[in-house]
Design a protein around this ligand. Structure first.
Ligand SMILES: Cc1cc2nc3c(=O)[nH]c(=O)nc-3n(C[C@H](O)[C@H](O)[C@H](O)COP(=O)(O)O)c2cc1C
Length: 167
């Protein structure tokens, strides 16, 4: 269990502030987007990845239909352009995989595919979701991040697999 969140955590935490991909498969659509906020750790005795997705994201709509998501982490790989496209354009308007030249590959244990372009993979089953309570957000943070009330939904995913692709 510890392996699933600790083994590659250094590579994840190094890349996270620069951006990683969260990919989700809904009823008949798959989408990916860039995230830079998140955590890895333990909840209810399970290894978890926790992601923050704003209501306005198409990825939020897809995650509502999904049972799981994958976190795709470039490790010493130059995918800056793909992170930029996935982080500035919406899957509502374009096929990001095509535009960013990203390749989907079946995951080991979950329905959502992984991105073959990234070495490090986390496969996560959605365990819990939580909306933010606006009254509890400090005023300066609210003014800076949520002037339009577009708060984040926190998605807790149980990590059922984590691995480097070449392994
Ligand atoms: C480096 C970077 C990090 C980002 N981190 C997040 C994040 O943690 N949560 C979030 O909701 N949006 C984040 N975004 C913004 C989304 O990736 C962006 O709005 C994206 O176009 C949404 O795509 P979608 O509509 O297909 O879901 C980030 C963007 C960039 C460039």
């Amino acid at each position: 269990m510890i392996d699933r969140y600790q083994k590659h955590s250094e590579a994840l935490l190094k890349q996270l502030p620069k951006g990683v991909f969260i990919t989700a498969k809904g009823n008949d659509v798959t989408n990916t987007m860039t995230i830079a906020w998140g955590h890895i750790g333990v909840l209810w005795g399970k290894p978890v990845f926790i992601a923050y997705v704003r209501y306005s994201r198409y990825t939020y709509d897809v995650l509502l239909q999904a049972e799981d998501f994958t976190i795709n982490v470039p490790v010493e790989q130059d995918v800056r352009e793909a992170l930029k496209i996935a982080g500035t354009e919406s899957g509502r308007d374009i096929d990001k995989f095509k535009k960013a030249n990203l390749t989907l590959k079946p995951a080991r244990q979950v329905n959502t595919p992984i991105l073959a372009d990234c070495k490090l993979q986390y496969e996560c089953k959605i365990l819990y979701r939580q909306s933010m309570e606006p009254a509890l957000i400090p005023d300066d943070i609210k003014a800076r991040y949520y002037p339009n009330h577009d708060t984040h939904i926190v998605f807790y995913g149980e990590i059922v697999e984590s691995y480097m692709l070449e392994e």
